[in-house]
Design a protein around this ligand. Structure first.
Ligand code: UDP
Length: 331
């Protein structure tokens, strides 16, 4: 038995590979290194550079590693704003890529896949916290591309028996507490890394996108979860499929919402830096609030997130950013 991690050199993928290796599992990683970093991958994992939509390449990976019985799929583009500007990039890479992947998995009789879905599949939620069977009406192409991937997997399950778990993440923040791996995007667009770059003096100030949302302080409210807790959920989901359970979808969040202003305040506490911030216009495609109900993952998968305090999450992110001001380029 071995797990193939697609996108294992990315932010959440590298934390999952780290956890799998720590557990002594056999791990094969595929990453195109378009957004991932080779230095983020544990050397114990067998690494292939390539694109999951390249069927001859993926056939080589599966033929050389016949012990692979499960795939964890992180390899997707994930920026809301970019997806609004260039939707076809998302439908091609994310959605069409999934079709190619499932074709090759089916050829090689690999029947388990755990897949990174997203809170963005829900669009503007009717009620909070969001439950798995709430309506999914995405308001940006990123969320739409992932919802299409979920639907494709449902039909592939029905026709070919490829069982899946879709994990719908909320906002991800934090890093391995020893500061050895973390978040490194070029360009960086995510709130917490940008806040911490301001704390480091790498940026002059933070722009907060919109303060006229329907939330207590007018800024967006998001639910933050640590990549190690996400990693554990993926590993539990692989176990769940290996035990012969049916395909399923789970929300992964902390079930607590923090506004953008509250995140800046918490980061000021953790870093002791002033972190100047100014209000800026809304960014397209942002719903007012997104808070997960994660009861189902806790009950069915036995998921127990360890990082339940936003200060703790920010401390781990700070451990990474303060030791790697230029990300993996510092190596
Ligand atoms: N955000 C912001 N300033 C920034 C980056 C992000 O105000 O420089 C806001 C963004 O509008 C959203 C929240 O921070 O309300 C989280 O955005 P992020 O891009 O981190 O994650 P997303 O919610 O898009 O997955």
């Amino acid at each position: 038995m071995a797990v193939l991690v697609l996108g294992g050199a990315g932010y959440i993928g590298s934390h999952t590979v780290d956890r799998l290796v720590e557990q002594g599992q056999d791990v094969v990683v595929v990453d195109s290194l378009v957004t991932g970093h080779k230095a983020a991958v544990r050397p114990e994992a067998k690494f292939y550079q390539g694109d999951l939509a390249d069927k001859p390449f993926m056939r080589k990976v599966f033929s050389e590693n016949p012990e692979i019985d499960a795939v964890i799929h992180f390899a997707a583009f994930s920026l809301v704003a970019e997806s609004m500007k260039d939707p076809l990039k998302y439908f091609d890479n994310n959605t069409a890529g999934m079709v190619k992947l499932l074709e090759v998995m089916h050829e090689f009789n690999v029947n388990y896949i755990v897949f990174s879905s997203t809170a963005a599949t829900y669009g503007i939620p009717e009620k909070m916290p969001i439950k798995e069977d709430d309506p999914q009406n995405p308001i940006n192409p990123y969320g739409e591309s992932k919802l299409m991937m979920e639907k494709i997997m449902r039909w592939a399950d029905q026709a070919y028996g490829v069982k899946f778990v879709a994990l719908r993440y909320f906002n991800v923040a934090g890093a391995k507490p020893d500061g050895s791996i973390g978040e490194d995007h070029h360009p960086e667009t995510h709130l917490l890394p940008i806040v911490l770059q301001v704390a480091q003096g790498k940026r002059e100030k933070l722009q907060i996108f919109g303060n006229d949302y329907n939330t207590p302080d007018g800024t967006n409210v998001r639910d933050y979860v640590h990549p190690f807790d996400l990693a554990d959920a993926h590993i539990l989901a692989v176990d769940y499929l290996r035990k012969g359970n049916e395909s399923n979808a789970f929300n992964l969040g902390s079930s607590t919402g923090f506004s953008n202003l509250e995140i800046v305040e918490a980061a000021r506490d953790v870093t002791g830096k002033p972190i100047p911030a100014e209000m800026a216009p809304r960014r397209g495609g942002d719903p007012d609030s997104l808070i997960a109900c994660s009861d189902k993952a806790r009950k069915v998968l036995g998921w127990k997130p360890q990082f339940d305090d936003i200060h703790k999450i920010i401390e781990t992110a700070w451990a990474w950013h303060s030791t790697h001001p230029n990300g993996y380029d510092d190596k």
